[in-house]
Design a protein around this ligand. Sequence first.
Ligand SMILES: [Zn+2]
Length: 249
Amino acid sequence: MVRVQRQLLRQFIKTEDTQTARDQRFVASFESLIDLVSDCGRKRPKTSTAVRGVSLNAERKHGFCDLCGNLSEFSAFMAIVSEEKINDVELENRKKLELSHQYCNRHRPKLPNGEWNPVYRQAKRSLSQFEVEVARLSRQCARPSSPQAAASGDPLVDSYYYRYLLHKGVQPADKAALRNLARLMVDNKLSDTKKKMLVLLHCGFNQSVIASKLQGHGQKSLTRQAVSKALTSISEIFDLRKPNRHFVF
Ligand SMILES: [Zn+2]
């Protein structure tokens, strides 16, 4: 249901939407509805019984990994079970109670051999930055036509989110995609300074001008070489000049 609604909404925004007050109300209502349905989808009613043969604790949290947009191990597992793609024998072999209800398979804290998972540790260290990115991306796609909607505190940084998400038709309800994009930004160390550089580059400024412009923006000493080095370290999917290489929603 969420998938169909999202598709229809995206289609409406790309074709019919003229940003009138009525259209904006329609889009907002649609978004609330999508949000409601996806929240209901993650909650298992108390009276429901899981597929026969499955004795997993149905009260355990259903939802996203704390660190990205994938389902937690437990939720992903329950999704497979509910589609009846697994039989009881397989269930027994899966050490089902050891599944994490907080993290996905990639971000589980311990590896099967009992050692700490370095991917988990790295993601955990950047948890607050990840949450900042999720919040900014969500605010921006709730008001895609507003250049300051991300509300990062810096107009140039806001401009990055505005330009990156413009005409993508992404909705705040596309939670999985937004969380995955936020994780990608953090893992790729796309700092606010780098976002400002990308915006200025997109506006047609060369590296020397970018360096001098950013110096007045809280950067004490920034050389052209430093800008060049920073820009080459950025993955193409974040480059505003190459929208066809962007993250696919
Ligand atoms: Zn994860």
